[in-house]
Design a protein. Structure first.
Length: 424
């Protein structure tokens, strides 16, 4: 089972991976960089396609002919031919509420809406509906984007993407298996109109469930509530209006500030390893200690294999010192679960997070528990425990990671950690 933040919105991001990147502020870049240094796991598959747009030429021509037929004849003294033109203004960008209303309006009549939410993700709009036709709840996810670059069908799964006669591109996935959510299937349609505007719709045979503060998706019915044919009909509707187009700035990006820990007194990597061993739960067999980083890098990393008698688990700690910034939850690169710390900064965690997003996950079955603390002054630490002897490249050795998220957060918050470039 995977949480909703890592399952459904991720599908939207995978579908729009080839679009132009969204502009992010320093906070987002800082958070993303921190997790990238932790060897952020990215095994995303893209789904790029196309949609239909109805040509307006026939409307304009028909309008002109009707106007000409109903117009009064020219005065007898007029010798010049009169001409009449119709100017069509581009539709105004849609608002969030208008997008939600359009999505609900286009639903088949048999479906009743149990819950609806919509939000701006910085590059377009996303929405989620829980619908019910009497056979169980079904999640419907939407992502809608203004014009942006698109790579066409070249990188898509064979047979899923086609270019239509009007130049639009359509990707269709029928009853695809969501490998990291038991029994969950989804129907998926992604269209890119000739104008570059795109719409993604996905219908699942599952719904969201909250347990102990964690949001997950679970199977609630045999099949998704909407078929791919119904999804195509919805995305091809002329009722859609799109979010505002992103305004590109001609101002070059400012260079990212250098980490304040560079060229300052380092922390020996062996000291980081010693701290990791000291904060581990008691009673574990500890083997294969390794380190990396140190000078001239601005980070330290240490890892060990631990065994509680139920199988080996790879555990890695990563410490660094970033540019101090305002910390908040919900930014790009942040963990799926997050809370703001009383003294500033954030603590985040991921529980039983799958290592892969493709068929390798079913083959290797590697899961990770991760705890992250980013302090307001720029100190950053992450600790991850896997249910395998490594992050990638080997099958799992136990059902779950040896160390729980709760214990990892306790370990990460230990006062004995020292951060490169600081005296803390």
């Amino acid at each position: 089972m995977k949480n909703l933040n890592d399952t459904l919105p991720e599908l939207m991001r995978r579908a729009t991976e080839n679009l132009e990147p969204e502009s992010t502020d320093l906070v987002e870049r800082g958070m993303a960089r921190g997790l990238t240094l932790r060897r952020r796991r990215t095994a995303l598959f893209t789904a790029t396609g196309a949609t239909a747009v109805v040509a307006t030429a026939a409307v304009i021509v028909g309008g002109n002919q009707l106007f000409a037929k109903d117009a009064p004849p020219p005065a007898a003294s007029t010798t010049t031919k009169q001409s009449t033109t119709i100017t069509q203004q581009a539709p105004k960008p849609a608002t969030l509420n208008e997008t939600k209303a359009t999505l609900i309006k286009l639903l088949p009549a048999r479906l009743k809406v149990a819950k609806a939410q919509v939000w701006d993700d910085g590059g377009g709009y996303q929405a989620e509906l829980l619908v019910n036709d009497g056979k169980g709840l079904s999640l419907l996810s939407l992502a809608i984007r203004p014009p942006a670059n698109d790579s066409g069908c070249s990188n898509q799964k064979p047979g899923t993407c086609t270019t239509r006669a009007d130049g639009s591109r359509l990707t269709v996935m029928n009853e695809e298996i969501e490998e990291r959510a038991a029994g969950v299937l989804f129907n998926h349609v992604y269209v890119v109109r000739p104008s570059g505007q795109s719409i993604v719709l996905s219908s699942f045979n599952g719904s969201t469930v909250t347990r102990k503060g964690a949001v997950t998706v679970e199977k609630t019915r045999a099949k998704p509530a909407l078929t791919t044919a119904e999804l195509i009909g919805m995305v091809d509707s002329r009722a859609w209006r799109f979010p505002p187009k992103l305004v590109e700035s001609n101002t070059p990006d400012k260079p990212q500030p250098t980490s304040p820990g560079v060229s300052k007194p380092p922390v020996p990597v062996q000291q980081t390893l010693q701290t990791l061993r000291a904060v581990l739960p008691k009673g574990l067999q500890v083997t294969q200690p390794t380190t990396r980083g140190g000078l001239p890098d601005d980070y330290n990393a240490a890892s060990v294999l631990v065994d509680d008698g139920k199988g080996k688990s790879y555990v890695e700690a990563f410490v660094t010192y970033e540019v101090p910034m305002i910390k908040k939850c919900g930014v790009e690169g942040a963990p799926n679960h997050c809370k703001v710390l009383p003294g500033g900064g954030v603590a985040g965690w991921d529980k039983n997070s799958p290592e892969y997003s493709d068929a390798r996950q079913a083959k290797e079955g590697v899961l990770g528990n991760t705890a992250v603390i980013r302090y307001a002054d720029g100190r950053y630490i992450s600790i991850t425990s896997y249910n395998a002897v490594g992050e990638k490249g080997s099958k799992h050795t136990r059902p779950r990671p040896a160390i729980s998220v709760e214990k990892l957060l306790e370990m990460a918050g230990d006062k004995d950690w020292k951060f490169p470039g600081t005296k803390k």
